[in-house]
Design a protein around this ligand. Structure first.
Ligand code: HEM
Length: 225
C-alpha cells in the first residue's frame, strides 16, 4: 500500500513562501517568522530592562526582568542581541524592501488615505508604509547601538557633554521607535484582522491578500484581476 503525502499549508510554510496552497497563501516562511519574533522578543527584554533605568515611573517593569539591579546589568546585552537580530532581519528582508515607483508618496498623501481606511492599490509584497517602517526600524537599531555604547563605557568616552548628547539621542530614538511600534502592533493585530496569522501560522487567506496586497496577490496566483 502506498501512503499519499499531502502537503498542508503549515508544512509548506516551513521553508517556502509566496506560494498558494489550496485556499491559503504562504506569506512568511518559518525562518522569516523566527527572525521577526527574535527581534520582537529581544526588543521587549531591552524595553523592560531599559524603562526602569530611564524613570522610576516605570520601576514596576523591572519586576519582570529580575529587579532594578539586574535590569541595569542586562540592558546593554539585551540591546546588543536586539541589534544583531535586527541586522539579520535587515539582510533577510532587504530584497523586498525597495520602494517602487507606484509606492512613493507615503510621507504625504498616501499615509493619510491609509489612515482613513481608503484602499491603497500598490504592487509588491509590502506597501510603501511597511517599507518605510522597515527602514525606520533598521535606522533606529543603529541609533540605539551608537548612542548606547558611550553610556555603557563611560571611561572610554569621558566627555560628559558627549554622553549627555548620547542620552538625548537614545531617548529620542526610543520615543520615535515606540510610537512606530504601537502603530505597527495595532495594524498587525486589531486593525487588520487576518494579518497576525501571517507571522504565526505563516499563511493568509486569498481574500486578505487580494484586499491588502493586490499586486502581490496577482504575482503569486497568476490571476490577472
Ligand atoms: C510585539 C508585537 C509585534 C507584532 C504583533 C508584530 C506583527 C507583525 C506582523 C503580523 C507582520 C507581517 C505583516 C505583513 O505580512 O504584511 C510584521 C512585520 C514586520 N515587523 Fe512586526 N510585530 C511585532 C513586533 C515587531 C518589532 C519589535 C519590530 C522591530 C523592532 C517589528 C518589525 C517588523 C517589520 C520591519 C516588519 C515588516 C514590515 C511590516 O510588515 O511592517 N515587529 N510584524
Amino acid at each position: 500500500m502506498t501512503v499519499q503525502h499531502i502537503d498542508t499549508p503549515v508544512i509548506v510554510a516551513r521553508d517556502r513562501d509566496n506560494v498558494v496552497v489550496g485556499e491559503e497563501i504562504v506569506r512568511h516562511r518559518r525562518a522569516t517568522r523566527l527572525i521577526h519574533w527574535s527581534v520582537a522578543f529581544t526588543f521587549i527584554i531591552a524595553l523592560f530592562s531599559g524603562m526602569p533605568i530611564w524613570s522610576p515611573l516605570f520601576g514596576w517593569m523591572a519586576y519582570f526582568v529580575g529587579g532594578l539591579e539586574f535590569a541595569r546589568l542586562i540592558h546593554p546585552y539585551a540591546g546588543v542581541v536586539f541589534f544583531i537580530a535586527a541586522v539579520v532581519q535587515f539582510f533577510h528582508w532587504l530584497g523586498d524592501m525597495h520602494l517602487r515607483e507606484d509606492q512613493k508618496g507615503w510621507l504625504s498623501g498616501k499615509a493619510l488615505k491609509y489612515m482613513r481606511w481608503e484602499r491603497v492599490e500598490e504592487s509588491g509584497k509590502y506597501n510603501g508604509g511597511q517599507i518605510l517602517y522597515f527602514w525606520a526600524v533598521s535606522l533606529g537599531a543603529i541609533g540605539f547601538l551608537l548612542s548606547g555604547i558611550p553610556m555603557w563605557f563611560p571611561l572610554t568616552f569621558p566627555s560628559v557633554l558627549f554622553r549627555e548628547i548620547c542620552i538625548l539621542i537614545h531617548d529620542i530614538t526610543f520615543i520615535l521607535f515606540f510610537v512606530g511600534l504601537v502603530a505597527h502592533i495595532y495594524l498587525g493585530t486589531a486593525a487588520e484582522p487576518g494579518t497576525f496569522r501571517a507571522m504565526t501560522r505563516g499563511t493568509v487567506t486569498r481574500r486578505w491578500a487580494r484586499f491588502h496586497h493586490p499586486g502581490w496577490y496577482k504575482e503569486v496566483t497568476g490571476e490577472k484581476k
